[in-house]
Design a protein around this ligand. Structure first.
Ligand code: AMP
Length: 420
């Protein structure tokens, strides 16, 4: 899959519609919406700086939250326009609507190098429905299309799939932005011929969320290290007791099939040999959503494969962490997706932190290529202050998983192919 890059486009004085991921966390303070984390805005700056320098007329399209087709004021992108302007050091115009008169007038006023952000595309239900008439209206604003929103590329929505199809039909080019290009490189091309040993670390809550990734990576990896609550479904399938640990008893056959495949392909497939456990205790109180508040008491190391009936496994144990880190430190290619335990609670974060340190060390010391597959592993690495010590951190959650599964993402498929 060799897609056109924004570098390949002749953008001077052209109207370029850039789909970005500005779905930033916000909260209301003194009647104003405040952006809590500007990472997603920062990540688009290389593409935007390059386009302004080349004299493009930049039209940014994005979604924010789930307004379900209504003009929900708390989900307006206006605060993002102000923040982007501050971060990029030049004015950013804002159109009150993403289509129709307000958008068309704002686009007509653009001069080469100018930037305009359109209002939330999800103010229209037609966006998620990938409505052809809505896609036409958006596409009317531009000559060329760039997608830099990897995190939204697994959805066939109007701004990710419909618009590039319309622009391509008109003979316009549709390219990957710089951020998107890196995602396609690291989650795609780099894994076609990985330097070995190739070690995959998978954790998180559910086997069912990751079974397709496991299945695909079993065909590529030398070793798969399993952590997180996911490990307990594998343990159940092996006939061990998991106490009150989060597990999916109805997914044992899927877990068994993965272990059989690993054996048949001679892939080393490791499960935790010890765990940090705790005892869940109902406090009798309810949270804001009316759900019982469970407190975890008495954290301790549990040796051996069985977990006591009243306890819950919440992290990999020290022996498992040591064994996993030894393997990680010998790797030349690493993919990591999902934490090793309930890392949000410091008492159960050490397994995840140990893995994070080993991944960073393998990268620095051996020059291993370390690719972090988005979501909570990115959060865990940043929490450990190691975010800049790995080769690549994906910006997509669901999109990274689907791409690692080997699926074609609609937002990528819609981009123009590079000519051979
Ligand atoms: P995922 O989105 O599938 O990567 O899962 C991440 C979530 O799984 C995090 O919120 C972790 O707290 C949670 N998690 C990981 N291990 C465990 C565990 N042993 N018990 C309960 N939750 C866990």
């Amino acid at each position: 899959m060799n897609k056109l890059s924004v570098n390949d486009l002749n953008v001077k004085s052209q109207r370029v519609l850039v789909r970005v991921d500005y779905n930033v966390p916000m909260e209301e303070k003194d009647g104003k919406m405040i952006i809590n984390d500007t990472t997603r805005i920062k990540e688009t700056l290389p593409t935007l700086l390059m386009l302004t320098a080349k004299g493009a007329k930049i039209i940014l399209a994005a979604h924010l939250g789930r307004p379900k087709g209504k003009r929900e004021p708390s989900m307006s992108l206006r605060p993002v326009a102000n923040k982007l302007s501050e971060m990029i050091g030049r004015p950013v115009a804002f159109a009150e609507d993403c289509i129709g008169d307000p958008a068309e007038k704002a686009v007509a006023a653009l001069k080469p190098g100018d930037i305009l952000l359109l209002e939330n595309v999800r103010y229209y239900n037609e966006e998620e429905a990938n409505d052809p008439a809505f896609a036409e209206k958006l596409a009317r604003l531009a000559d060329l299309y760039v997608n830099d929103a990897f995190g939204a590329a697994h959805r066939a929505h109007a701004s990710t799939e419909g618009v590039p199809r319309v622009i391509a039909r008109r003979g316009g080019q549709c390219a990957a932005g710089l951020l998107m290009e890196r995602e396609l490189q690291f989650l795609g091309r780099e894994l076609e011929k990985p330097a070995r040993p190739f070690v995959v670390i998978l954790g998180g809550a559910k086997v069912s969320d990751k079974i397709k990734v496991i299945d695909r990576l079993l065909e590529l990896a030398d070793t798969i290290l399993i952590g997180g609550a996911m490990a307990y479904t594998f343990k159940l399938a092996q006939g061990f007791k998991v106490g009150k640990s989060l597990s999916e008893p109805d997914k044992q056959d899927v877990a068994r099939a993965a272990m059989d495949k690993a054996k048949a392909r001679h892939v080393q497939f490791l499960l935790p040999s010890d765990n940090i456990i705790g005892t869940p205790v109902d406090t009798g109180k309810l949270n804001k959503k009316g759900k019982p508040i469970i407190e975890i008491q008495n954290p301790q190391t549990n040796q051996g494969p069985d977990i006591p009936a009243e306890a819950e496994g919440l992290d990999i144990g020290p022996e498992t962490a040591r064994r996993y880190c030894e393997i990680i430190l010998k790797a030349n290619t690493i993919i990591w997706n999902g934490p090793m335990g309930m890392f949000e609670d410091a008492r159960f974060a050490e397994g995840t932190n140990a893995v994070a340190r080993a991944v960073a060390e393998a990268t620095a010391r051996n020059g291993a290529k370390s690719i972090i597959g988005g979501g909570d592993s990115v959060k865990a690495l940043n929490q450990a202050g190691l975010g800049d010590k790995v080769t690549f951190m994906s910006t997509g959650g669901g999109a990274s998983l689907e791409f690692l599964e080997g699926r074609v993402l609609p937002g990528v498929a819609a981009l123009s192919d590079k000519s051979p």
